[in-house]
Design a protein around this ligand. Structure first.
Ligand SMILES: *Cc1c(COP(=O)(O)O)cnc(C)c1O
Length: 225
């Protein structure tokens, strides 16, 4: 099933890219494997899927140790006492949302002599319970990356308010794209920013709005317990 699901998602992704005038190869998939067993990940890997996303650190480290050849994205909430392990084990961190975390990651990476790609998570729905830097504080946080040499800002990540109707989320995706554009226009970053947005329910809408990375779990691996 996993293999068939992946094939279908790749096709849907390519179709969404093409109908919005984009190139299919400019949109990548992160298979969100949280709470899924190693066997499921191996199955996806065999089907050609290379990047995986995990939220729970201890689980993730076991999986990474078992499957080091994949590319691992940390997509969970970051506690500051976990930054060292994230720096050690992951290839990408998508949920940097405050100065303290960014600085701690940079410090550990410098010690390790390693670099790590990062997305800043933006609280685009402005929800109290959600992680992510506020729109007001985004620019300040992004500027800090200019003084780093190991933690490399490659984009913005958004986790909009859940809505069963994917069209309702479009405006949030669009807002994230505009925020990235504005940081580029103001030369706060000196390179184009990627956009990690869109999940099982709404990845096609996200791609139409400019996503360069979609994070899909359920549609690949089935429901989580
Ligand atoms: C779980 C999770 C996903 C995947 O969600 P699905 O609805 O299963 O596709 C994507 N992003 C984050 C941050 C998640 O925690």
């Amino acid at each position: 099933m996993i293999k068939e699901n992946l094939q279908e998602i790749y096709q849907q992704m390519a179709a969404a890219a093409i109908r919005s005038g984009r190139r299919p190869e400019d949109v990548k998939l992160v298979a969100v494997s949280k709470r899924k067993p190693i066997a499921a990940i191996k199955c996806a890997l065999e089907a050609g899927q290379h990047s995986f996303g995990e939220n729970y650190l201890q689980d993730a480290i076991e999986k990474i140790t078992e499957i080091p050849q994949a590319r691992w994205h940390f997509i969970g909430r970051i506690q500051s006492n976990k930054t060292k392990l994230i720096a050690q084990h992951f290839n990408v961190v998508e949920t940097v949302d405050r100065l303290k975390i960014a600085e701690a990651l940079e410090k550990h990476l410098a010690t390790l002599g390693k670099s790590l790609d990062a997305y800043v998570q933006v609280n685009i729905g402005d929800e109290d319970q959600k992680a992510g830097v506020s729109v007001e504080e985004l620019e300040g946080l992004v500027r800090v990356f200019n003084s780093f040499s190991h933690l490399k800002l490659i984009g913005l990540m958004g986790l909009p308010p859940f809505n069963e109707e994917p069209e309702a989320t479009r405006k949030h995706f669009r807002q994230l794209r505009r925020l990235a554009q504005s940081l580029e226009d103001k030369k706060i970053v000196d390179h184009p920013l990627g956009l990690s947005m869109g999940m099982s329910a709404d990845f096609e809408v996200a791609i139409e709005e400019g996503a360069t990375l979609v994070r899909v779990g359920t549609a690949i691996f089935g429901d989580r317990e």
